[in-house]
Design a protein around this ligand. Structure first.
Ligand SMILES: Cc1cc2nc3c(=O)[nH]c(=O)nc-3n(C[C@H](O)[C@H](O)[C@H](O)COP(=O)(O)OP(=O)(O)OC[C@H]3O[C@@H](n4cnc5c(N)ncnc54)[C@H](O)[C@@H]3O)c2cc1C
Length: 419
């Protein structure tokens, strides 16, 4: 009797979501063939830690997570330098740019996104950096080591990484923002002022209400020399970094029945509209059972957990993705971060000690998230519990942003969400 062919699982992306999914499947079963396709040239590394590498604070080998032997040992085939062109969901085949075909029984799309380019003249000059891969980090580190002056663009959680990398290398840096503060989505001017002061200590000057118009480029060398803004202000530079959002890798879905919105739409089990196809990580727009709405996260912890959940579901163990997201930044001598969603119907904020800021965000009478700095950062666990419990917090709000609020007592009967 002929052997039944082994089930084929294909995973697109060897980031934390894709790699975690493969391991989660292997923990349950040795049965299926697992193949991971990645357009990168190296196995999984810690994408969050590339900023410490670029700052010169972490060596190369502390950023790497898996070596090639890891995949061999776990019976996982890793295909480096293998960009996927498209998915044929009718015939269940993944097609690469070189037209190689990978048939699958089950598919995971964990392809994340890439930094959006800045659509202004000179924006593609070689010394205008993006920051997503380890290769980007190596270029950025070298540029920052050699630069005297730099410009950082992008007033969000990734833009500040450029400012910090330049600052840590002693580069005189202008951090140019269109609005009136850093991380407009997450914090008020009160919170931004704390971060601005910390950046100033690194030699980074925040410049507000300036919109980039063009980089003037030396025609001989192709190198950008200055940033010119809409107002006509000129910022000389040796290099610049741009972080103005991500484009998710959705092109490969064209012509498939896999539904997409801003990302790939999934249910709370991370399965897409096409049975047998899952999504995990940054690219996933999933139904969030905690916040009770469709949601997207852009964080390491979420991508890792989603990889695990998708992997378990692909291995036949029905598991729901229940997660309260966290994000943290450690560029200063105090932490900055968020829990849950920083966008809601109302907010309430306070400074609870020096460099310690708390902004609570809610919807209806419940908490959906918070932005936290310094001492407030340790409240993450309490806030997670309140979000997961969907508790009515309205009457306590003004007390909660006071320095002496009894968080332990308030959340003592609540459990952390079971993730
Ligand atoms: C500089 C930096 C700092 C960060 N700091 C933090 C932080 O402090 N805290 C935090 O929580 N998060 C942080 N993040 C975000 C975090 O790293 C991401 O949310 C997380 O890595 C997403 O994982 P993922 O597996 O979903 O996607 P990715 O890590 O993007 O992996 C997707 C993989 O798919 C590959 N791929 C894409 N398209 C194709 C294709 N067509 N064919 C084949 N392969 C493809 C990509 O090359 C990539 O290797 C940071 C990210 C960066 C870049």
């Amino acid at each position: 009797m002929a052997d039944t062919p082994r089930e084929k699982i294909v995973i697109i992306g060897d980031g934390i979501a894709g790699a975690t999914a493969a391991v989660a499947i292997r923990k349950v079963t040795q049965e299926p063939d697992i193949t991971i396709l990645t357009d990168e040239g190296e196995p999984l590394y810690n994408r969050v830690a590339i900023k410490d590498f670029a700052k010169g604070e972490k060596p190369d080998d502390k950023v790497k997570i898996h070596d090639l032997q890891f995949y061999d040992k776990n019976g996982i085939t890793l295909k480096l330098f293998t960009p996927v062109r498209n998915i044929d969901d009718q015939n269940k085949v993944v097609v690469t740019e070189s037209r190689e075909q990978f048939p699958y029984d089950k598919l995971l799309v964990a392809a994340g996104g890439s930094p959006r380019r800045i659509a202004i003249p000179g924006g593609d000059a070689e010394n205008i950096h993006k920051f997503w891969t380890f290769v980007d980090a190596r270029h950025l580190k070298k540029a920052a080591e050699e630069a005297d002056q730099a410009v950082a663009i992008g007033a969000g959680l990734l833009g500040i990484d450029f400012a910090a990398v330049f600052g840590k290398h002693g580069v005189e840096t202008k951090y140019v923002m269109r609005g009136d503060r850093w991380w407009r989505e997450g914090i008020s001017k009160q919170g931004s002022a704390i971060v601005e002061a910390a950046l100033a200590k690194l030699g980074v000057e925040c410049v507000f209400f300036e919109t980039p118009k063009e980089f003037t480029v030396d025609p001989q060398t192709g190198v950008a020399k200055e940033l010119v803004t809409e107002k006509g202000t000129r910022f000389p530079l040796d290099c610049a970094g741009v972080a103005i959002g991500l484009n998710f890798h959705l092109k490969m879905l064209q012509g498939t029945r896999i539904k997409k919105g801003e990302g790939i739409l999934t249910d709370s089990y991370l399965e897409t509209s096409v049975p047998g196809v899952w999504a995990a990580g940054d690219i996933t727009q999933y139904y969030d059972v905690v916040l009770e709405r469709v949601n997207m996260n852009g964080s390491w912890s979420s991508a890792k957990k989603q990889g695990e959940v998708a992997g378990l579901n692909m291995a036949g163990q029905k598991t729901e993705f229940k997660h309260v997201d966290v994000y943290s930044i450690d560029h200063f001598d105090f932490m900055v971060g968020s829990v849950g969603s920083v966008v809601g119907e109302w907010d309430h904020e306070g400074v609870i000690a020096e460099n310690s800021y708390l902004r609570l965000v809610g919807k209806g009478d419940r908490l959906v998230g918070a932005a936290l700095m310094g001492k407030a950062f340790v409240l993450q666990g309490h806030i997670k519990k309140l979000i997961a419990a969907k508790m009515n917090v309205k009457e306590k709000l003004s007390d909660m942003v006071k320095p002496d609020f009894d968080w332990k007592g308030y959340t003592k009967d609540l459990a952390l969400p079971k993730e």
